[in-house]
Design a protein around this ligand. Structure first.
Ligand SMILES: NC(=O)CC[C@H](N)C(=O)O
Length: 197
């Protein structure tokens, strides 16, 4: 049986991550409450709207259980709004915007500007080209010492980062029909079997 990997399903692009996880060899399951966190081998925080997602996490009493699960070492992949939620610091966050704060980076939301709010760029991910789909993307403005930069954007800014069991991208790997980043998450971050190997 393949490993169960949750996708936080309060808001945002859930289905595409479930599909990408299935292609990469995991059993993706939507998670919308605390009980859904039980027995997961990993978790994906999807793109969407981080302020809304944070409010819903608070409303559904998921903030503390999620923080506890991450502190216990649950491997997590955050994309776009999911990256914002994971960040320690959001330089233009709304007052009181709930964050998980487990990833030592500072981000600026919607920082690529209104004219070019969405774009695609070919990225170099561990020496191989990877399609980067950026939609009202957050920009990583600072990375802490323990954070590894896996890919950089057009201006050399980090767009894929990893800190131990936390992997995050400012782009949307689930929208490019290329499951290599999900496979990397499963294999290298969560220690699970994955395809492509
Ligand atoms: N595509 C996205 O996830 C956009 C993220 C959104 N701009 C935010 O700050 O939450």
């Amino acid at each position: 049986m393949s490993a169960r990997v949750g996708v936080l399903a309060l808001q945002g692009g859930v289905r595409e991550h479930l599909t990408a996880l299935a292609s990469a060899g995991a059993d993706g399951v939507p998670v919308a409450d605390e009980a859904g966190l039980d027995g997961l081998a990993g978790l994906v925080l999807p793109g969407g709207e981080s302020t809304t997602m944070g409010r819903l996490l608070a409303r559904f009493a998921l903030l503390d259980p999620l923080r506890a699960a991450l502190a216990d070492g649950l491997p997590v992949l955050g994309t776009c709004a999911g990256l914002v939620l994971l960040a320690r610091e959001v330089t233009d966050g709304l007052p009181g915007q709930p964050l998980l704060g487990t990833l030592d980076i500072a981000v600026r939301r919607n920082a690529y500007g209104s004219q070019v709010a969405s774009f695609e760029a070919e990225l170099d991910l561990a020496g191989a080209p990877f399609p980067g789909v950026f939609i009202r993307a957050p920009r990583i403005e600072r990375v802490g010492d323990g954070v590894e930069v896996l890919a950089r954007g057009p201006a050399g800014e980090p767009v894929a980062v990893r800190q131990g069991g936390v992997l995050a991208t400012s782009f949307h790997p689930e929208l490019s029909g290329d499951e290599r980043l999900h496979a990397y998450f499963l294999r290298e971050v969560a220690g699970l079997p994955a395809v492509p190997a």
